[in-house]
Design a protein around this ligand. Structure first.
Ligand code: NAG
Length: 298
């Protein structure tokens, strides 16, 4: 490559990186504005959307997704035959299935501990989607920490199930408040609503992926799922950053590899089984929030 041709290759690359950097910068500005004003912003929006302090001096989204992070409580039931384990990989679809299956009780209640265990696995999945999803992974982590705080806080008995949590916070009149006093954690109902909306996006994306053919592009599928489920809650800047993140998604073959199934058909079956399980949890949550008039919480 001659010195005269070099700029032609380098310029678009530099421009792209600059755009990435700028959108990251804007995102930070957006996030601090959100914390001050209490507006929905970031991927998930609301208070607590700022990044938690870095661990071990490394940004969390750059750490390898080895099994070293987020050890999961094991559940009593063995993994189902359709969900193989992946040796040497952080994300385990069998853990995801086990947690979200155990999440809904026969009475139709949602157990928060299992719900959060399912999300822990989803965060590992998001982490493997690329560094551009790091902000989302960290925001999700923050939301989960808020809910864990409630679950181990002074009102812990009210935070065993989703139904009990919503009823408790509604009784206390704490749910709809846009800005809470600084010494109070954000309400569990508002915090979980952020996760709930993101869960729809993942449900749609994994569903599209599970039904996709060789000609389908995961970036396109992910963008469609985002448009349908999440974009309406986001500012223009966050939508642009999300669009860039989707462009860097792994290939369809790599994504199928994440479930460690034998062959494409099997991978699709495992994915769609996970989607069905997630949809069940999503639907119960959706009905409860709709019945309580909480779907439009700020
Ligand atoms: C969830 O709700 C949607 C829309 O109401 C419905 O089509 C779907 O079958 C439901 N899925 C589950 C698993 O309940």
């Amino acid at each position: 490559m001659g010195p005269r041709r070099l700029p032609r290759v380098l310029l678009p690359a530099v421009a792209f990186l600059g755009l990435l950097f700028l959108s990251g910068l804007r995102l930070q500005v957006q996030l601090s504005a959100c914390v001050r004003g209490g507006w929905p912003c970031g991927w998930l929006g609301g208070r607590g959307a700022t990044a938690p302090p870095e661990q071990d001096g490394k940004p969390p989204h750059l750490s390898p997704t080895s099994g070293s992070r987020l050890p999961l409580p094991r559940h009593g039931t063995p993994p189902p035959p359709r969900a193989p384990r992946c040796p040497g990989q952080g994300f385990q679809i069998s853990n995801l299935l086990a947690a979200f299956r155990a999440c809904v009780t026969p009475e139709g209640e949602i157990l928060l501990q299992e719900y959060l265990a399912g999300w822990k696995e989803l965060i590992k999945l998001i982490d493997t989607l690329g560094a551009a999803f790091g902000l989302l992974a960290r925001e999700t982590q923050t939301k989960m920490e808020i809910l864990e705080g409630h679950r181990s806080g002074p009102h812990a008995p009210h935070y065993r199930t989703l139904q009990a949590m919503v009823a408790f916070e509604l009784r206390r009149g704490r749910v709809g408040l846009r800005v809470l006093p600084p010494d109070q954690p954000p309400s569990g109902s508002r915090t979980l609503l952020r996760l709930h909306r993101a869960l729809k996006w993942l449900e749609l994306f994994l569903g599209k992926l599970g039904r996709s053919g060789a000609e389908d592009d995961p970036s396109q599928l992910c963008a469609e799922a985002y448009q349908a489920a999440l974009a309406q809650y986001h500012s223009w800047w966050v939508q642009q950053a999300a669009g860039l993140a989707f462009l860097a998604l792994p290939s369809r073959r790599e994504l199928y590899g994440l479930v460690c199934a034998e062959g494409e058909r099997e991978a699709q079956a495992v994915l769609l089984e996970a989607v069905g399980t997630i949809a069940g949890v999503y639907n119960v949550t959706q009905q409860l929030y709709a019945a309580c008039g909480l779907l439009e919480l700020p």
